[in-house]
Design a protein around this ligand. Sequence first.
Ligand SMILES: [Ca+2]
Length: 174
Amino acid sequence: MSSLNKGVGKVEVSLRWDPSPLGEAPHDLDIVAATYTAEAPHGEPAYVVHFDSRSPDGTINLTRDSKTGQGFGSDEVMTLEFERLAPTYGRVLVGVVIQQRDGHQVFGDVANTLVKVTEGHTALGQDDFAGLPTATAAVVAEFVRGDTGEWQFREVMRGYDTEPQVFISLMGSD
Ligand SMILES: [Ca+2]
């Protein structure tokens, strides 16, 4: 039951996964976001938010960060306040990357991975990466500003097999 032209406001993307087995290299997954201008929605990101990069206006924040997946509940959480994003921005992509420090690690190597996109108590989407076992990174959510200025959520699950830095440069081109 969605009301007419109601766009998304404040969205949370949460990610959890199980730690790697004892004695094996830790699995470090990261939530990343890339913001694109309305003029070049498939061009270079205007800015990128991840564990050591903040959004210049504070509208997109990584509020929880994990290098191992240990602990209960969500391991990484990002909040995106679309109602506060400047009108120059027209597209935001959220991705999940697996750090590749300890060899080639893909989603099929990581146990019990789950990403959820929610707005308040409303679930917008979720995925367990089961469809992308050989990917090292994935675009998991797309937000596009519509003609009326409202931000719309689009479900997407697009895998890549590449280094995190290359993924960030490629993720917006599709
Ligand atoms: Ca991480």
